[in-house]
Design a protein around this ligand. Structure first.
Ligand code: OXD
Ligand code: MN
Length: 590
């Protein structure tokens, strides 16, 4: 308690809560983080000396380090992630639920004395630009220096947040401990009614850097519902055309499905004068503005992205971004001390140290972990938008839902209206990826790409979306894309990456009323002649296949959508059942 007094924290609620967590976790030392560069550097040095980080080749990758995680702790663990409320219905059928009191009893015993040989870091952080009315503070208490440096990269961390909190403003509380990294004692628990997160037993970004998924999505989604805004798993970009016209769009794609690539897209040479400006690659907080439109801010200040496949062709902008001041997690190491990952430029080296720290030769096994990541500051991204720090954010003209599907879903289609768009988002199905522990490549319903991140009953979440649209005079248009459709031989039909600008161009033309479209039972698809395919070696048959709406396949899909919607019982919005029935009727009639 004495130590706490010396920290001179002004926010009364924060002081009281810290006193409680200190009494519970009994740390050896306490450090209040100020967010300075000196503090960052000294944490890095400490981790280097303890072997928690490995210095990469500083000539080629200045300020870059490698972290190897416990092999048991390499991705989000959705089965160990809980929403804790008094009533199970508040969490709904898509979340794991624990009763508040039972969860606390269990967690208090796990946290009891867990920091007795460790330093406790008190990490105040700000989500959103400094002077934005939509920004929020959080305070995370952790015993992981890796989490502290990650939070410094991914948020506006330290004094900036303490100042924000001085006027006794509300904040989100996060208590994190590495615990013993035993998956049997790993829990990521959210108490949305108390704006509290308690996470133990993992040091993986999505489980442990509590500002990100836990605060900015799960807890914030609950706040958004109460206060009339949306916290979404979405990238935000501005697309500038040669004549200077600039449209902002957001895009919801499941984890590890290309949000970062789209957010940092470098238009191909044939798109001279086009620019994609990056505002965010993972999370958007979206508010209704007085102009009747939706505006978005990115609450984060850095990118925590999958590094596999990043190369000078697929993502030159991110490749440039991660060349400095970046923490790499679970990449392989070349003999010259530079990082290596599958899909990187150049030949596969004949020898490497793999992500587990073992000698590796090409043997069919992967050298980097499939979910190897970079943690890197947004400010050094060459395509960062000048609006990145704008307190108001940017006005959104279109929302894109995107799901990785080998078949079924066309390259792009547009919803008929907001309600239909909410149905399109709510019925989204996508193949699972390596970002979460579990089987990869299995189709699951992942509404709005929020399945693992919605902090409350998703039936209420769908209702909330409908309400937001009805309150908006000029809501964004809603689209769905699928870059990953394959032919019968299993080959991708669409080149993807930078060529996705062609689809964005059609979307922009649609929202500006410049092109017509073909009405299908699932929405509007492009007329082939309106898709800009100049310079692409793609046949008319391939495009037809990419845009094909297979009636039988869709009717089959609807059966699964129905089963999913039914799990919400009476709470499920009737408007979406109506959209379901209309879609089915249109398909039967087609
Ligand atoms: C992420 C995820 O890390 O969605 O962004 O898992
Ligand atoms: Mn994500």
């Amino acid at each position: 308690m004495d130590k706490l007094e010396t920290l001179k924290i002004k926010n009364k609620e924060l002081k009281e809560w810290l006193a409680e967590v200190i009494a519970l976790t009994k740390p050896k030392d306490i450090v209040l983080c100020n967010g300075s560069e000196e503090e960052y550097n000294s944490l890095i040095s400490e981790m280097l000396s303890k072997g928690i980080l490995i210095e990469l080749n500083q000539k080629e990758f200045p300020g870059c380090y490698l972290h190897r995680s416990d092999p048991n702790d390499v991705a989000r663990t959705e089965h160990l992630t809980f929403i804790c409320t008094d009533n199970k219905d508040e969490a709904g059928p898509t979340n794991n639920w624990m009763n508040t009191n039972e969860a606390k009893k269990m967690l208090f015993s796990l946290f009891n004395g867990c920091m007795k040989d460790r330093t406790m870091y008190i990490v105040p952080y700000l989500m959103g630009p400094k002077d934005s009315p939509h920004s929020q503070a959080g305070v995370m208490v952790t015993d992981s220096p890796y989490v502290v440096v990650g939070t410094r990269i991914l948020t506006r961390m330290g004094n900036i947040a303490l100042e924000f909190l001085e006027n006794s403003r509300n904040f989100v509380k996060g208590l994190h401990s590495i615990g013993d990294l035993n998956p049997n004692r790993r829990f990521i628990c959210h108490f949305p009614n108390e704006r509290l997160i308690m996470s133990i037993g993992s040091n993986y970004g999505g489980n442990a850097i509590l500002s990100k998924k836990c605060h900015a999505l799960r807890i914030a989604s609950v706040m958004g519902r109460e206060e009339g805004w949306l916290a979404e798993h979405m990238l935000i970009i501005g697309i500038e055309e040669p004549d200077g016209r600039l449209n902002y769009i957001t895009g919801a794609f499941p984890s590890a499905s290309g949000k970062t690539n789209l957010a940092t897209l470098k238009p191909p040479a044939s798109y001279e004068g086009w620019k994609v400006w990056t505002l965010g690659d993972d999370i958007a907080w979206i508010h209704i503005n007085s102009d009747g439109r939706l505006w978005a801010i990115n609450p984060e200040a850095g990118f925590f992205g999958v590094v596999i496949g990043v190369n000078s062709k697929n993502n030159p902008i991110m490749l440039q971004t991660i060349k400095k001041n970046t923490i790499f997690t679970n990449v392989a190491l070349k003999s010259n001390g530079t990082p290596w990952w599958e899909g990187m430029d150049g030949n596969v080296p004949s020898e490497l140290i793999d992500w587990k720290g073992e000698k590796w030769k090409p043997n069919g096994e992967r050298a980097a972990h499939p979910n190897a990541r970079f943690t890197t500051p947004a400010l050094q991204c060459p395509s960062l938008s000048s609006k990145f720090d704008d307190p108001n954010g940017v006005p959104i003209s279109a929302i894109i839902f995107g799901a990785r599907r080998a078949n079924l879903t066309p390259l792009v289609f547009e919803a008929f209206n907001w309600e239909h768009g909410v149905f399109v988002g709510a019925s989204m199905g996508a193949e699972t990826t390596q970002a979460a522990v579990g089987k990869v490549g299995v189709v699951r319903r992942d509404p709005m790409a929020m399945l693992p991140f919605c902090g409350y009953n998703m039936a209420d979440y769908f209702n909330h979306w409908l309400k937001i649209g009805s309150k908006c005079k000029n809501p964004p248009r809603i689209f769905h894309v699928n870059w990953c459709r394959r032919n019968k031989k299993g080959e991708f039909l669409w080149p993807g990456f930078s060529e996705n600008i062609r689809v964005l161009k059609w979307i922009i033309q649609r929202i500006n009323g410049e092109v017509d479209a073909i009405e299908t039972p699932i929405g509007y698809i492009p007329k082939i002649e309106d898709l800009d395919l100049k310079g692409l070696s793609i046949t008319k048959e391939t495009i037809e296949e990419l845009l094909y709406v297979d009636k039988e396949e869709w009717l089959e899909e609807l059966k699964d959508v129905k089963r999913f919607f039914e799990t919400f019982g009476d709470r499920f919005p009737k408007e979406l059942w109506e959209q379901y029935n209309l879609t089915k009727e249109r398909l039967i009639k087609a």
